[in-house]
Design a protein around this ligand. Structure first.
Ligand SMILES: *Cc1c(COP(=O)(O)O)cnc(C)c1O
Length: 392
């Protein structure tokens, strides 16, 4: 965990922060240093006792903290405009850490129904087992979150925007204005360069840094940012939960942040170009990307995001058969789950990311057998479009 104490940070653009963040004082190497050690010699027993209870001990034991992981956390905190951040072994590690770290038996959660499949399974399947009730709402409907809050019982309000896989948006002004429960946003698809939910008054922002932040399909990593008191409270559960980030993955996460801005910008532009090509194709029912004028919340997307990522979804008129045929017919694009990496990936949500959901839950979220999610990579846009058109 880390604080950002450089007084000039507010003057710097996010792109610059991404390049300069997470460099411990006195470290002269340009690349992050990999601290593999799990443990450190301590001076006196009293020193050890203090370290064991310190949320900011970098050199005590790796499940508590680690200098390489700490460098990543400090870079993310700076990018989010947060007091502190805590990294986890995965995005789900972070999400489970927030939900189970803050909620107890008898508590209530208001969550969006448009959610990443794993988050949905945790909220709908695991939370009830621990006596935590969850109410799901449509995050695109104004007032939906606040209307579902039960005063005195609702502990968390959980949103995801843009939501995976249909790119639904949540109005962060509205979410940030909620008082009482702790508000949480999964902003994985936007990254901190797309939006800083904490600026809107949201309490915690979580990311699967496995995706665009690390950006090269070589790190499984999650991170939560917010006020120090909240992150300290999460830390106390996280050291017992044990989903601590690996130093190697944190190193790759930090490496990814350096180039996040140009990658995201190019992937976003590619997604819009691909979207336009698909919109005019007869085999396609609809295309969703927040950068396309056809997105039902286009105006909100323009207002809320500095840049959009490379994920877009589209629906094939031929349903399940067309969906699975398309995924096996692409040649340049790779059929694989995940997003935000250099390679363009195609996913069939109904049979992969959202496979754990029932068909009613799927159709409630607007996902059909013909829905395809595309994560635009860094290949030339013309090659990506040519591959998609031949597969159609
Ligand atoms: C992938 C993803 C997650 C889960 O992250 P992992 O690193 O795979 O655990 C959570 N939320 C969103 C929006 C995601 O895309």
């Amino acid at each position: 965990m880390s604080t950002s104490d450089n007084p000039n940070l507010a003057d710097l653009q996010p792109e610059t922060l991404a390049v300069r963040g997470g460099r411990p004082d006195g470290q002269l190497s340009m690349a992050p240093v990999l601290w593999a050690s799990t443990t450190y010699e301590m001076g006196t027993l009293e020193e050890g006792r203090q370290l064991a209870h310190s949320t900011q001990a970098k050199k005590f034991y790796s499940r508590h903290g680690n200098p390489t992981v700490n460098a990543f956390e400090s870079a993310v905190a700076e990018l989010e405009g947060a007091q502190a951040a805590r990294a986890y072994a995965s995005g789900m590690g972070a999400i489970a850490g927030v939900i189970l770290g803050l909620c107890s038996k008898g508590d209530h959660i208001v969550a969006q129904k448009q959610l990443y499949g794993g988050t949905m399974q945790l909220l709908a399947g695991v939370c009830p087992r621990f006596g935590i009730d969850v109410t799901f709402v449509d995050g695109t409907v104004p007032g939906a979150f606040s209307q579902a809050i039960i005063p005195g019982r609702t502990m968390l309000v959980f949103a995801e925007t843009p939501a995976n896989p249909l790119l639904d948006l949540v109005d962060l002004d509205e979410l940030g204005a909620i008082a009482g429960p702790i508000t949480v946003v999964d902003a994985t698809l936007a990254t901190p360069l797309g939006v800083r939910p904490l600026d809107y008054g949201v309490n915690l922002v979580v990311h699967s840094a496995t995706k665009a932040m690390a950006g090269h399909n070589d790190a499984t990593l999650g991170v939560v940012s917010g006020e120090r008191d909240l992150i300290d409270a999460l830390w106390a559960f996280a050291v017992l939960q044990g989903a601590c980030a690996s130093p190697f993955d944190a190193l790759n996460g930090l490496r990814g942040l350096r180039t996040l801005a140009p990658r995201l910008r190019q992937q976003g532009a590619t997604a819009v170009a691909v979207g336009r090509a698909l919109e005019s194709h007869p085999a396609v029912n609809w295309v969703r990307h927040p950068g396309l004028e056809s997105h039902p919340q286009f105006a909100l997307g323009q207002r809320q995001y500095r840049m959009h990522g490379g994920v877009l979804s589209f629906d094939l008129a031929g349903g399940l058969e067309a969906g699975s045929t398309f995924v096996s017919a692409v040649k340049l694009c790779r059929p694989a789950t995940s997003l935000g990496g250099p390679e363009t990936l195609v996913t069939h949500p109904a049979s992969t990311t959202h496979a754990g959901m029932t068909s009613e839950e799927l159709s409630d979220c607007g996902i059909t057998g013909g829905t395809v999610r595309l994560s635009c990579g860094l290949e030339h846009v013309d090659d990506i479009i040519a591959d998609i058109l031949q597969a159609l």
